[in-house]
Design a protein around this ligand. Structure first.
Ligand SMILES: Cc1cc2nc3c(=O)[nH]c(=O)nc-3n(C[C@H](O)[C@H](O)[C@H](O)COP(=O)(O)O)c2cc1C
Length: 365
């Protein structure tokens, strides 16, 4: 029997299988408002039988976006655009999640499709980025990365309130799972990692000080996020650069998050500095296994991600207790019906996997 196709219940949220789509920026929003593209991108995975679908990194404010094309959730208009997409996914019994985020010093950038580095200073759409210090992401690089502003304690409180506002809107939209993005060098991760955070105030110093921004934010979000839904935090479990975060640090952060009532750690990696190119999986051989270490040492449910394409690999991660959910990013874009193919490969019942309209005709074959 395939364990990848067994259900999982966290609070009142029931995942029909352990297959999830990882959050992926689509650069298809207009002033943060989702478009038809999102209905197709997210909806097609629901039709394809994915148990859990995470909406891309969604900014908590205009200047918390990475690029002009990024999704946002700071207005009612943005919330309204997401509602039919969530309803559609739920009509196929998919658990819906959204990742809320602030880009920090990696914001004000061109979309990845346009090169991804900072917009020129004279570009009218550019904005002042923020970070623990005023050091740019890649000051010596060939691509443009301008200096961010170092956040004051008051600025931090303001951004935390924006996270709370986004969480309230996400609750109203009807998401089952909320994820706080603390990975890939974006604002919360840049505070957590010693590679970026060299502050000597309350929000810097040792791991506890560097984690303060994250922990305060999560604690405030927890107050408004319903206890019967699920709360996740994506962290870069390892910075993949000497002197950066290692798994032991992430275990400690996981334990603090557990005390705050977090349900899942979504275990990604890298992204803090240019040398740490882990975010889209150049350390994929190790990264999913690291999720197992976080799971074992914290007792929290975890999501594993990075280079998972083979159904047997996914099955192994679940059956050997390394992960509760496996997330697929690029493979899911290549094949929105990956769950169906996985069921076939693993000898699971394929009929309930696809939407009825498809499953009736192809599910039994
Ligand atoms: C186009 C693209 C956009 C991404 N956007 C996000 C994002 O919004 N939030 C995030 O945490 N990770 C993002 N990632 C990273 C993925 O969620 C995932 O962790 C990574 O691609 C590794 O998984 P994979 O090997 O299955 O693709 C993105 C990756 C890609 C390829």
């Amino acid at each position: 029997m395939s364990e990848l196709f067994t259900p999982l219940k966290i609070n009142d949220v029931v995942f029909k299988n352990r297959i999830g789509m990882s959050p992926m920026c689509q650069y298809s929003s207009d002033d943060g408002v989702a478009s038809n593209w999102h209905m197709v991108h997210l909806g097609s995975k629901a039709v394809g039988g994915v148990g859990f679908i995470m909406t891309e990194c969604t900014a908590v404010s205009h200047t918390g976006r990475i690029s002009q094309g990024c999704a946002g959730l700071w207005s009612q208009k943005q919330a309204e655009a997401l509602k039919p997409i969530v309803a559609f996914q739920k009509s196929f019994d998919a658990v819906t999640g959204i990742q809320i985020s602030h880009s920090g010093r990696k914001g004000s950038a061109a979309t990845a499709l346009e090169g991804g580095s900072h917009l020129d200073a004279d570009d009218a759409t550019a904005w002042q980025t923020v970070s623990p210090t005023n050091t740019a992401f890649d000051p010596d690089g060939t691509r443009l990365w301008r200096a961010p502003k170092a956040l004051s304690a008051e600025d931090i409180k303001h951004i935390q309130a924006q996270f709370v506002q986004s969480a309230v809107l996400a609750k109203d939209v009807g998401y089952d799972l909320l994820e706080v993005h603390c990975a890939h060098g974006y604002l919360l991760h840049s505070f957590l990692t010693p590679l970026v955070n060299t502050r000597d105030d309350h929000y810097g110093g040792d791991l506890k000080g560097r984690a303060r921004f994250l922990l305060e934010t999560v604690s405030k979000v927890r107050e408004v996020w319903p206890a019967n839904r699920a709360l996740s935090v994506r962290i870069s479990v390892h910075d993949f650069v000497d002197g950066g975060l290692i798994v032991e640090d992430s275990v400690q952060v996981g334990l603090w998050l557990k005390e705050l009532g977090v349900d899942f750690i979504d275990c990604s990696g890298g992204g803090a500095v240019p040398a740490a190119r882990g975010a889209i999986g150049n350390r994929t051989a190790e990264q999913p296994d690291m999720a197992g270490e976080i799971r074992k040492s914290t007792g929290l449910a975890v999501m594993a991600v990075g280079g998972i394409t083979d159904p047997h690999h996914a099955e192994r991660l679940i059956s050997t207790a390394k992960a509760d959910i496996v997330l697929l990013g690029r493979e899911m874009m290549r094949n929105p019906h990956w769950a169906f193919d996985a069921a076939k490969a693993l000898g699971a019942d394929t009929r309930p996997v696809l939407a009825e309209q498809y499953g009736f005709f192809v599910g039994a074959s």
